[in-house]
Design a protein around this ligand. Structure first.
Ligand code: SF4
Length: 259
């Protein structure tokens, strides 16, 4: 996703070499400004108060959870973090736990060894550079191990209320497939979304689009037949509803008696 010389390369180094990003779908014709607003209005009506699905208590535990979620599902992270956060609720406590201690809590998460090393060093640097607090500035966040642009965008959005757009695999696919913001790279899609989405919708749009991509506009087959944004989406042809399952045959009186 990022060039090796860029700070976001740290996130990329967490990716296994064999799992290259799949090619994005062919970009659709871009939506008009009115269509973008209507598309997002539909997602907003369906989910007026969108939230991240990661469990966290404060900016520090959010940062840890987002670092752990690279190349892993939120559900797998949420299974591991309650015990980790109980053992190490602060940067000082996590730094004291060290990579080996952190690793004992996160072995069920992909790439746990490199993530444990990053978290131990990240916690140490939060104490050393920031008095044990998570900085609210992009440059300071991206200077931490395991933190690239995408992670910084999530933390700035969720913990500090910034109107950022973290382009993960779901948003990258959805932006191209629907015509919301076609772009060849995650950064191009991020820039296009920030430019095209009405500013007052931008903060929540991050969650709406991730959740929509995760549960409805899925990678292999978008579930267009139940999509609230379908009237404004430029993806074509839309996926039709699957055939209804035949109703089970009624049980005969004799089989009911035998049961
Ligand atoms: S209509 Fe289909 S392709 Fe368009 S956003 Fe909805 S699920 Fe995705």
């Amino acid at each position: 996703m990022r060039l090796a010389s860029h700070p976001g390369a740290r996130e990329k180094r967490l990716m296994p070499a064999a799992k290259a990003r799949p090619a994005p779908p062919s970009p659709a014709r871009p939506l008009s400004a009115a269509e973008i607003r209507a598309f997002l209005d539909a997602l907003a009506a369906a989910n007026p108060a969108p939230r991240t699905e990661l469990l966290y208590h404060d900016p520090f535990t959010l940062l840890v959870a987002v670092v752990l979620s690279a190349q892993a599902t939120d559900a797998s992270v949420n299974r591991a973090t309650p015990a980790l956060f109980a053992a190490a609720p602060t940067p000082a406590a996590m730094a004291a736990l060290g990579a080996a201690g952190i690793g004992r809590y996160i072995r069920s998460i992909g790439l746990w060894q490199s993530k444990a090393r990053h978290l131990a060093e990240l916690a140490r640097l939060l104490v050393e550079r920031h008095g044990g607090r998570v900085p609210a500035e992009r440059a300071a966040l991206e200077a931490l191990p395991g933190v690239g642009r995408k992670t910084a965008n999530v933390v700035l959005n969720v913990a500090f209320g910034a109107s950022t757009m973290a382009v993960d695999t779901h948003i990258f696919r959805l932006a191209n497939r629907t015509g919301l913001a076609p772009g060849k790279t995650p950064r191009a899609v991020e820039d296009a979304l920030i430019k095209r989405i009405p500013p007052e919708m931008l903060r929540d749009a991050h969650h709406w689009l991730i959740l929509h991509g995760r549960y409805v506009c899925k990678a292999r087959m978008p579930e267009c037949w139940r999509c609230v944004a379908a009237p404004w989406c430029h993806f074509s042809p839309k996926t039709p509803a699957p055939p209804a399952r035949p109703a089970p045959a009624p049980r005969s009186a004799s089989s009911r008696q035998r049961a």
